[in-house]
Ligand binder design. Sequence first.
Ligand code: ATP
Length: 458
Amino acid sequence: MQKFTFDKITNHLTTSGFVYPGSDIYGGLANSWDFGPLGTLLKNHIKTAFRDHFVRKNKNIVEIEPAIIMNTKVWETTGHVSNFHDPLIDCKNCHSRFRADELINSKDKDICCDGKSNEELSELIKTLDIACPECGKKDFTSIRQFQMMFKTFMGVTEEKSNIVYLRPETAQGIFVNFKNVMRSQRMKLPFGICDIGKAFRNEITPGNYIFRTREFEQMEIEFFYSPKDSFNYFNFFKEDCLKFLDELGLKKENLRYRDHAKEELAFYSEATTDIEYLYPFGWGELMGIASRTDYDLSRHGESSKEDLKYLDQETNEKFYPYVIEPSFGVERLMLAILCDSYDEEQLENDTRIVMHLNPKLAPYQVAVLPLSKQLAEEGEEVLSIINRRFDSVYDVTGSIGKRYRREDAIGTPFCVTIDFDTKEDKCVTVRERDSMKQERVKISSLCEYIQNKIESME
Ligand code: ATP
């Protein structure tokens, strides 16, 4: 169980500037969220950490940025146009809308709904005697399949031939660029391509704050290898993804693997494992690792008539590589990080909210706090030294105690205080967020001091 309620954490995130309700001044737009200054910094730091771990430190993984709107043939080929559906069901009495599979799993989480027909799902709802969670009545409509891709038109006329879709995943931009990347970058198997960017799904039941939204960001890698290669890349990525989450500071006890059962797997998939996080509302999928064989490349190869096979220069063999796909949602990872780090500590005279964020993820690594407005000149000077190296914030308002609390509550690991002695001794006081310990440090060695501290905390 999480220590704090979801409401408590999300209120804090909204009021402190991580996440705002979308289109707020117009009464909002259901389940849409905007990221404030702190949320934007945190998201950027998450993406940097992901790039660092998976791309920058791997000489055989490169990143690309494909377009969000792609040729409609991409989605026809992958089966998204015909199959990217969710089973929709309505309560006839109160008109609440549900996903049939979610209704069934709320009663029995072990039933696998994937691959079941509308009739089979309706039958299960009857057999399990499921009532509407809103009004308690047991009178549902029949199930309809609901297309989850957002549709729009490209060009000046709204006709069928101009229909395009907003991508529901970043992965396909990688597959369609496989040949371009392989040729232009002279990539040799095994190698990976990463894509970080927006994806859109017209979810039937968005909710739980930023956990399930209709617009979100994904960080995906397609890692290509020869089917004859005996190395177990699936297990490697399973372990490596967990290692990445561990490095970010997520608590081990709040993470678990969920291997998909055989019946849950798509017909082409050899294995899929989710890493789940214990959110305050229960366990939920944070990311997934899928072994997708040569399904995507061979489908695109056949459909586009382009040769997407790999030529092994040594053996002269041509084949479609197999692929392992680790896929993270930025917002789900962000939410896990925020829930994991939120804490309330009882001090002698009050309680402090403190976010124990990993310094490399914290929106600001350093807060520069001159004790008095008369120290503005010294303050600005210290800020200009600090903000060349670290994300920093400058705050001169309120008592120093209040300013420390403000920084604790948004996870700033270091506060640098400038006082009247600074003019004489060219030193500042550095206060650490977690221990609240203070140390006097020379301005000339301040950046190095903070850098060393950050490295020791990682
Ligand atoms: P779920 O079962 O929760 O709908 P999924 O299995 O459909 O998720 P994938 O298609 O595997 O999700 O997408 C990969 C990752 O993208 C997910 O693990 C999640 O982190 C993120 N993601 C997917 N859908 C959403 C969404 N609607 N809102 C936010 N993040 C999402």
